[in-house]
Design a protein around this ligand. Structure first.
Ligand code: ZN
Length: 348
């Protein structure tokens, strides 16, 4: 390609609230990397933290930094050591850049590498016309997966990783938190063969979106309805077999522990704000298994989610806002309102 010198990007230019549209140099790639022309990006909750410049962001994100880590695009340049990829290949990719020296990486559990760095968080990100990425992180997109779905595979991957933490076939599943990841997890749980899938929230708009994306899910506004009644209504003898905690809310976790069967299982993806009290004795006496979930398994989660998208998993309706990248301020405003599902910015 004729490589431009500069590109448009969304940058955290100063250590304060906001993002700025800047001209930045097009990244030079190393021998094991590729250059991707970005077609579409998703705005993540992480990006909202970075926009707001909260304590986490201030302690984590170097300035200046191009943000963004949810993307789909096309390979336009390939490093000299790279094999198996070609210019013109449509792709998404894993935003966690990992090393190969740790015990975890050397045993193939790359998502547990303690040296992980995140694109758009620790290193230059994807809210830009071009992204430099290790070839290892590239995930080719089949023709039947459009760019806007490619741009939300990162959060769908969180949903798939969490939902597939435990066997769901024939199980009754409770999901607390109807944000985009919780909603997608509900769709995945149904797809994976769960019997009843119940999703809770305190925001009626989010529950409406959950019902729209996944009509087979039973939504519960916990400010108006008690989970015990729902357990009886659905004919479960004791309660839910598996819980997927997506909200970070202490009350939600308490309700989940309450409504799980003896020997139930919980996967935790939601992040509580600071330390939060947990009634451990109830967890012990109920013999509950708890698993913390981080990121996506490289690359088993990616494999499974693409396969599920190809055999009927439909999460497209979770995208509620689409707009050109120059309208990013509207996109962030929609996200911050709490009323949006996924917001996708197009870059071409
Ligand atoms: Zn994300």
């Amino acid at each position: 390609m004729t490589r431009p010198d500069t590109m448009t990007a969304l940058e955290k230019s100063r250590p304060e609230e906001g993002l700025w549209r800047v001209q930045a140099p097009v990244p030079e790639i190393g021998p094991d990397e590729v250059l991707i022309r970005i077609n579409a990006t998703g705005i993540c909750g992480t990006d909202i933290h970075i926009w707001n410049w909260d304590d986490w962001a201030a302690a984590t994100v170097p300035v200046p930094l191009i943000t963004g880590h949810e993307f789909a695009g096309e390979i336009v340049e390939i490093g000299r050591n790279v094999t198996g990829l070609s210019v013109g290949q449509r792709c998404s990719g894993e935003g966690h850049v990992v090393g190969t020296d740790s015990r975890q990486s050397r045993s193939g559990r790359f998502h547990l590498d303690p040296g992980t760095r995140g694109i758009g968080v620790n290193v230059q990100g994807a809210f830009a016309e071009y992204l430099r990425l290790p070839a290892f992180n590239v995930v080719p997109l089949p023709d039947d997966i459009p760019d806007e779905i490619g741009a939300i595979l990162d959060p769908l991957g969180n949903a798939v990783h969490t939902a597939l933490s435990f066997d769901l076939l024939g199980e009754d599943v409770l999901i607390t938190g109807a944000g985009p990841i919780g909603i997608m997890a509900a769709a995945v749980a149904r797809h994976a063969g769960a019997r009843h899938v119940v999703i809770t929230d305190i925001n009626p708009g989010r529950l409406e979106l959950a019902q729209h994306v996944c009509p087979a899910v039973r939504t519960v506004d916990v400010t108006r309805e008690d989970l015990r009644g729902v357990i009886d209504e659905l004919g479960m003898k004791q309660g839910f077999d598996v819980g997927l905690e997506m909200s970070g809310s202490q009350q939600a976790l308490d309700q989940m522990v309450d409504s799980l069967i003896m020997g139930g299982k919980i996967a935790l993806l939601g992040i509580p704000p600071g330390k939060s009290p947990v009634d451990w004795s109830r967890i012990v006496f109920k013999a509950i298994t708890i698993k913390g979930v981080y990121g996506r398994e490289m690359f088993e989660t990616w494999y499974k989610m693409i396969a599920m998208l190809q055999n009927g998993l439909d999460v497209g309706r979770v995208i509620t806002h689409r707009m050109p990248a120059e309208r990013f301020r509207d996109g962030f405003a929609a996200m911050k309102s709490g009323a949006a599902g996924k917001v996708v910015l197009s870059w071409c």
